[in-house]
Design a protein around this ligand. Structure first.
Ligand code: ZN
Ligand code: ZN
Length: 217
């Protein structure tokens, strides 16, 4: 089981931190190497203090993970992590910094415990956001939970209802992180529209530089 800084789980955790940092509007699109360094630092400061079952989280071990983030003990989080978040303006105080971490851990668990991407053995095409050649998942550009409403309000015709984008797991998470299903259905129902979003562009610049360590399925 990989629990080192080189593990798949660590890379997944770092990506979760990067996405959370990107949700702050002050980050500029050209800052992708800074974002890389900063999320690496934050991830490595906090990783070793997370419980073993969290660091080993995977689809196979998902039943050993607490269902809500309140159950994750974060009281041993190093002060360097907290101070860094506060001094860079990502948290206003100690509690707020731990909230940031709890949300990042929760996002990480969701990704780490996700089922293996389907067709991972046969798909070799690039992710439509980061353009890396990695296992892909498919994203319903008009999320299925919105279909009834979409048809009722005539936002889209039935013909385009099932259009999909092929995205790697981290980019797929990034898309759902920046907008609700209804916003995706109404405003971001093509890859081109998604790529007009500043936060998705920032994410893409970051993700394109990450070595994809996940080998699942
Ligand atoms: Zn991608
Ligand atoms: Zn999706």
């Amino acid at each position: 089981m990989g629990t080192t800084l080189a593990s798949v789980q660590f890379a997944t955790f770092k990506d979760a931190i990067a996405r959370r940092i990107l949700s702050y509007p002050t980050i500029q699109a050209q800052d992708s190497s800074e974002l890389d360094e900063f999320s690496s630092y934050l991830a490595s400061e906090s990783w070793s203090t997370l419980p073993d079952n969290i660091r080993n989280a995977s689809y196979e071990t998902r039943s050993s993970i607490p269902g809500d983030i309140e159950g994750i003990p974060l009281h041993t989080t190093p002060i360097s992590f907290v101070d860094t978040l506060i001094s860079y303006g990502f948290a206003i105080d100690h509690d707020h910094a731990l909230q940031f971490l709890a949300k990042a851990v929760s996002d990480y668990i969701e990704d780490a415990c996700a089922p293996p991407p389907i067709w991972s053995a046969t798909r070799t095409k690039e992710c439509q956001i980061c353009e890396r050649e990695v296992p892909l998942t498919y994203h319903h550009l008009i999320p299925r939970s919105t279909h009834a409403k979409v048809l009722k309000k005539k936002w889209h015709s039935e013909a385009v209802l099932n259009s999909v984008a092929w995205l790697c797991r981290p980019c797929h998470s990034a898309v759902h992180h920046v907008a609700t299903n209804e916003e995706l259905a109404r405003e971001y129902y093509t890859v081109e529209l998604l790529l007009e979003r500043e936060d998705i562009l920032k994410w893409r610049n970051y993700a394109a530089k990450q070595r994809f360590g996940v080998r699942r399925g």
